[in-house]
Design a binder for this molecule. Sequence first.
Ligand code: SDX
Length: 427
Amino acid sequence: MSKVATIEIDGEKYEFPVVEGTENELGIDIKKLRAEAGVITLDRGYKNTGSCESAITFLNGEEGILRYRGYSIEALAEKADFLEVAYLLIFGELPTKTQLDKFYADIKEESTVDEEMKKILDGFPKSAHPMGVLSSLTSALIAFNPSSVNVDSAEDMYKAIVKILGKFPVLAAWTLRKKNSLPLNYGDDSLGYVENLHKMMFEKPGKSYKVDKEVIDALDKLLILHADHEQNCSTSTVRMVGSSHAGLFASISAGISALWGPLHGGANQAVIEMLERIKEDGGDTKKFMAKAKDKEDPFRLMGFGHRVYKNFDPRAKIIKKSADEVLAQLGVDDPVLDIAKGLEKEALEDQYFVDRKLYPNVDFYSGIIYRALGIPVEMFTVMFALGRLPGWIAQWREMRLMKEPIGRPRQIYTGANLREFKEVEKR
Ligand code: SDX
């Protein structure tokens, strides 16, 4: 028996169907609310509002569950590699060896970037933040790949997908090489997807390139953990922009800008900057905990809290364990890791944080690993974007295949009522 929700306004009752998901989540379908009751809902930050039905990622914030297409994040982080997970998120099933090999071969085919793109990169100062550069370069890809995606053609859609998966790592690596005044390079088709990314980022002219397997494995796992997260701010942006039938590259460029914000993907950079600040200040974590709780103080404990997780972010648990392993394997002793663990311990015992269910999120420990891998702090959110790319693609594709309507929220107007225009002489 399908459930029904009843809303009563001024003595009038209105009934709306209740949608039930495969994990027993319930949502009131209010598509007829305004037409029937003449009212809209108001939900700042969409904390209680579902924007769509999706079959890609399942989160349970109360229990700290995260699954991609039904597979637990713990199993995927341990057993899969990033390109397998990208295929799973986008096409819905884990690939066979043949499918995966063809997928990577097609991506490699598309991993060259038009030489003219280098002129656009030249226009940026070295001081430009890599996320701003990456968003611009991604948008610029459209100029060299003008055909907008015909989503009704599986071949067209596939071509656009392998194009962005092939070119995005090149652009991301170029943003770092620009900052380091290194010549722009291309990938090495003999390497795997993640090792190739690492080589493009770090190889130096005239120097032999080698990298520990542990580094690639750690990077691969971090990219998997960032690959999708249902309707977060940047993914909702990608879906919103795509809902106007703007192209895939333009939608992803918008998502990169949304991810850049310090309340979202930019938090991984802000966490390390916060930990460094605490270290420089003498390591007094209690002082900064007090600042985080002081409503008069804008300081927040970056890497803590989450809109959905009111329990441990399962990714944070995996990353924290991986941070210990990677730093031990690489023989790195990073004092900010101890500060991070001290902060976590204090926060988990502090009533303010306990009452608000504020736990470490994906960004709290990830920067410590990126730093141990030699990735500069201003590149941390670029690494987040590289991980989230398959999720953005999968969500954009699902939105278009489901023929979702253009996103256009309503509002409650609180401005001036009608008033007569006055000529400037009379004002
Ligand atoms: C990501 O959505 C996703 O899925 C995002 C993400 C993904 O994979 O795409 O998981 C990636 O963005 C993770 C979050 C990274 N951001 C940070 O670490 C920045 C620090 N965190 C906060 O800014 C905050 O927790 C948010 C933005 C993450 C969530 O904010 P909400 O859900 O809007 O919660 P809120 O701001 O309403 O906070 C509720 C209460 C408030 O106190 P009261 O008004 O109830 O007294 O908790 C307090 C807040 O002041 N609070 C914090 C805090 N986070 C929330 N207080 C101190 N430090 C914090 N970090």
